[in-house]
Write a protein that binds this ligand. Structure first.
Ligand code: ADP
Ligand code: MG
Length: 723
């Protein structure tokens, strides 16, 4: 039996023999501009192909100024359909973001009966169906927003995110980005509150800026977002043999690979040919979809990579990130690979995040977080900075709650990702300025001299250094919200962050107005107060250190290391009142999200625990039994030969003890699983440790048992072979 090739070895050989699908020298990709946006249709392009009146109506609609009439809707829909047909689409779908976190779509053919004869088919997309569609809402999570018998929900075209055509499996489908609400008008998705938050930003931030500058020149503000998406890629064949990866997107057990990330040789290393082929295909597809994907590189862990786009307006950027994740998964399949977007696919090496680079810009195109050469004199910048610090201080717990998930729990607080304490890093130059303003001192930020590299080479220096241990960093002219998880729909953290900043802008504007007197003096006074009051959220040191945990506790900052604890704040009306007051979500809608997120956590952990039990009993235990049998036979043979050996007995002892411990840990896990039921807190506090206990035994056994009887692909194989 031991000589026959087992499925794991077969998978290994298959992964090893897989190679790049294109030969490097012969392939020349078209430049991005050749295909960029060929399968994408922003409203501006639709408007450009309509006549004057219809075009103006659409522009007014997209800018939220006017509703759209039936006749214009028909013409828009017809124009969109003709574009889709020209590009080979046969079907259309509203593409929306229910609270599952996975984009949803229901396809319909552009099919109508002929006017002359019902046996004749024609293509048609009526305006009413284009603007709005009615998927059955009953099977999406609603968090109690509707009862099971109230199934009606509507998806509504969002003109501010470009329409696109998905080309997959030999068919092309027109995808229409949409918001999703219940028959009673409750937001059932991630997009609706985001759009409302962005309206609040435009309203409140521009009013704030005009108050600060004493002008009326700011006519609106947009938030901008660039997402750095981290992901793992492994050979797909391995996944077939890992029920844990199939079920939960991560490995629930597995001993460390000898070669992990300790040599630090993967980060920014040469991209392996097979992966390069995959990434190039992803990029070409994203270019066609109008996603401005720009950066690619190898990340810290083996088999880990990153992609980042050029930033866009937040709503489009969120949709484009969801699309990027979708394309990564689909293209990986075609390449015989699996793209793992989970925050922690492999224990012991880095997990994956999604840094949300965020800023605010006026409609006139000016970045409000651009400090300029002399930030100390840039009142608008200082005021905007004060508003962000105020938001992080006042809405700290709510912002923390938006990144809570079972996957991200493995990162936050572990030594590789920012801790679960929400603090802000400003960098030494800006930090010094903020402290000086707080103390009422005059302070000038000095421009840094160029660095001398060699006699001939010099480098320009930024104002600030970087700090990769912080969850929220100022990086030159934007903030980087680094604590978001790789699998997240970033619309939710973006909704709350933008809402928090809009709220703070409102609060600070009222404070400035209340002070009265000279505008500049009143503004500076408020900025000074805010810098004093928010110093507790500013931290420049090493966020991974023990000292910071103690210091943060002294400062009264929360450190919620589990998802249910972090989500609790959503149940506190005072804490979430700003979201309600800004018209972003009602109390019921927030309560619903609390329910849905907590429920998701419960289900994911219950699923993982049951899968782990199966792995332990159905895979690990039988492998140990085979090894025990083999060892027993060998010991008997040795015994028969008359040569005494202590080693056999020692090995047997160690193996059987571990086997027993594994069995006991599994029994404890199953008992705990039954006891905790659907109690999220108990799951976090008791089920997770019970799972860790099983894992510890299984991983130790992996290192004791003969390689040829181990059924599960090992870490060293998945991480280093075939990618
Ligand atoms: P890093 O050096 O931090 O890894 P990357 O180049 O990988 O940076 O990503 C930085 C991201 O920040 C990009 O997506 C970039 O477009 C985005 N970005 C730059 N300026 C802004 C801005 N004003 N608003 C939002 N995002 C921005
Ligand atoms: Mg980066």
């Amino acid at each position: 039996m031991h000589n026959a090739m087992n499925s794991r070895t077969a998978a290994l050989l298959s992964a090893f023999s897989a190679h790049a699908t294109k030969d490097d020298a012969g392939t020349i990709n078209a430049p991005p501009s050749a295909s960029f946006g060929s399968l994408s249709l922003p409203w501006q392009s639709i408007a450009a192909s309509l006549d004057g009146d219809a075009s103006a109506s659409l522009a007014a609609y997209a800018q939220g100024k006017r509703k759209i009439g039936k006749e214009v809707a028909n013409r828009i829909a017809d124009c969109v359909m003709r574009w889709a047909l020209k590009n080979g689409a046969t079907h259309y779908a509203h593409w929306f973001h229910p609270l599952t976190g996975v984009p949803a779509e229901k396809h319909d053919a552009f099919l109508a009966r002929g006017i002359q004869s019902s046996h004749v088919a024609i293509e048609q997309l009526p305006g009413s169906l284009f603007l709005q569609s009615e998927p059955d809402a009953s099977s999406f999570p609603s968090g109690g927003l509707r009862s099971t018998h109230e199934a009606r929900g509507y998806t509504v075209w969002d003109p501010t995110s470009p329409i696109f055509i998905r080309a997959e499996g030999g068919t092309r489908t027109l995808c229409i980005p949409a918001a999703y609400v219940s028959w009673r008008g409750h937001a059932l998705d991630f997009k609706t509150p985001l759009l409302r938050a962005l309206d609040a930003v435009s309203r409140e931030v521009s009013a704030f800026v005009n108050t600060v500058t004493g002008t009326k020149t700011c006519t609106g503000v947009i938030a901008t977002l660039g997402t750095e998406q981290e992901y793992f890629v492994i050979d797909k064949t391995f996944v077939a043999l890992r029920p844990d990866v199939v079920a939960s997107g991560r490995t629930l057990l597995g001993a460390p690979s000898h070669k992990g990330q300790q040599l630090e040789d993967h980060y920014f290393g040469p991209i392996p040919p097979r992966i390069q082929c995959f990434i190039s295909d992803v990029e070409q597809e994203l270019f066609r979809l109008g996603v401005p994907v720009k950066t690619r590189h190898c990340e810290v862990a083996p088999a880990q990579f990153e992609t980042a786009p050029v930033f866009e307006e937040v709503n489009a950027a969120c949709d484009h990130n969801a699309l990027t994740m979708d394309v990564l998964r689909r293209v990986a399949e075609r390449h015989g690979l699996a793209c793992l977007l989970h925050e922690k696919p492999f224990a012991g090496i880095n997990g994956s995040g999604k840094h949300n680079n965020w800023s605010l810009a006026t409609l006139e195109g000016e970045n409000l977080l651009e400090p300029g050469a002399q930030p100390q004199q840039n009142l608008r910048f200082l005021a905007t900075l004060a508003a962000v610090l105020h938001a992080m201080a006042v809405h700290n717990d709510v912002i923390r709650s938006t990144i809570a998930s079972s996957g991200n729990e493995h990162r936050l607080g572990a030594n590789e990702a920012p801790p679960a304490i929400m603090s802000v890093y400003l960098g030494s130059a800006l930090d010094a300025l903020v402290r000086a303003v707080a103390d009422g001192k005059v302070h000038t930020v000095e421009e840094l001299a160029d660095l001398t590299v060699t006699a001939k080479l010099s480098a320009r220096r930024e104002l600030t250094d970087r700090n990769r241990t912080t969850p929220f960093a100022f990086t030159g002219n934007k903030f980087e919200f680094r604590a978001v998880g790789s699998s997240a729909n970033c619309a939710w953290p973006m909704t709350v962050l933008n809402a928090a900043v809009a709220d703070s802008c409102r609060v600070l504007r009222l404070r400035i107005e209340k002070k009265g007197g000279a505008r500049e003096k009143a503004t500076l006074d408020v900025i000074q107060e805010v810098f004093q009051q928010t110093s507790r959220v500013c931290f420049e040191g090493n966020n991974y250190s023990e000292e910071w945990l103690k210091e943060a506790a002294r400062r009264g900052l929360s450190n919620h290391t589990t998802t249910p604890a972090a989500l609790d704040v959503l149940g506190k009306p005072d804490a979430v009142a700003f979201i309600v007051e800004l018209g972003i979500l009602t109390g019921d809608e927030i309560h619903a999200r609390h329910e849905v997120f907590a429920e998701k956590y419960v289900k994911e952990l219950q699923l993982e625990a049951s899968c782990l039990t199966e792995l332990a009993t159905g895979y690990v235990a039988p492998a140990v039994q085979s090894h025990i049998a083999r060892l027993g036979a060998a010991a008997a043979a040795a015994n028969q030969s008359g040569v005494k050996s202590k080693k056999f007995a020692e090995e047997m002892e160690a193996l059987v003890r571990r086997y027993d411990s594994l069995g006991a840990a599994v029994v404890a896990l199953e008992r705990t699983r039954a006891e905790v039921g659907h109690d999220a807190r108990a799951i976090a506090d008791r089920l997770r440790p019970a799972m860790n206990a099983v894992r510890a035994e299984a991983d130790a056994l992996e290192q004791l048992v003969a390689d040829d009887v181990w059924p599960l692909p090992k870490y060293r194989e998945m991480l280093l072979c075939g990618v």
